[in-house]
Design a protein around this ligand. Structure first.
Ligand code: ADP
Length: 192
């Protein structure tokens, strides 16, 4: 069977991470979250982490060459033998093209792109709350604003890219966590 990849799309604060974590249990596929990979590298003070830091702190995208190489390495790990749930990648059109090329080499394919949609006001509200709870360095107001801008300019165009491929399924992200999970499951099952 071809490897199955699920690409979770949604703005910062839409709940991709929360849902990816829940999905990995039920689908038996690992969550591959680029933000988490960068934060891990930062904590370990690797060269990659130090390079990524200045972009993350500014709410900018880490350069494609670095990001794509990191994802390639991750997808070659044995736990991705059946596929993965991608969370935070791709984040711009050239990353999407790179993913297509990579999956061709890996004999995998994107089976569905759930787009978790949450209105702008709820997003800001959630991110401010997360900043209070988790104290993530990039959840301060200025960086959050820039992450939103970057999302709108660079990531939103991917919605059309995947819609044109017939892969995009919109999920209402303003429901409870359980309801969003249920909707995701239904969509994924229907696509499989
Ligand atoms: P968010 O809640 O903003 O979606 P993430 O944890 O996914 O947060 O990402 C945090 C930061 O990590 C981003 O602002 C960016 O600097 C960097 N990052 C994550 N994924 C990518 C990617 N695919 N390409 C470039 N940079 C990325």
């Amino acid at each position: 069977m071809a490897k199955r990849f699920i690409v979770l799309m949604g703005a910062p604060g839409a709940g991709k991470g929360t849902q990816a974590k829940r999905l990995q249990e039920t689908l038996s596929l690992p969550q591959v979250a680029t933000g988490d990979l960068f934060r891990y590298n930062l904590k370990q003070e690797t060269e990659l982490g130090l390079l990524a830091k200045k972009y993350m702190d500014a709410g900018e995208l880490v350069p494609d060459s670095v990001t794509i190489a990191m994802v390639r390495d991750r997808l070659l790990q044995p736990d991705c033998a059946d596929g993965a749930i991608l969370d935070g990648f791709p984040r711009n059109p050239s990353q999407a093209v790179a993913l297509d090329e990579l999956l061709e080499q890996l004999s995998g394919r994107v089976v569905i792109v759930p787009y978790i949609h949450v209105g702008q006001e709820s997003l800001i509200h959630r991110l401010v709350k997360r900043a209070e709870l988790e104290g993530r360095a990039d959840d301060n107001e200025e960086t959050v604003r820039n992450r939103m801008r970057v999302y709108q300019n660079q990531t939103e165009p991917l919605l059309a890219y995947y819609r044109n491929k017939g892969l995009l399924v919109e999920i209402d992200g303003e429901q409870t966590i359980e309801e969003v999970s249920a909707a995701l499951h239904q969509a994924i099952e229907a696509a499989a």
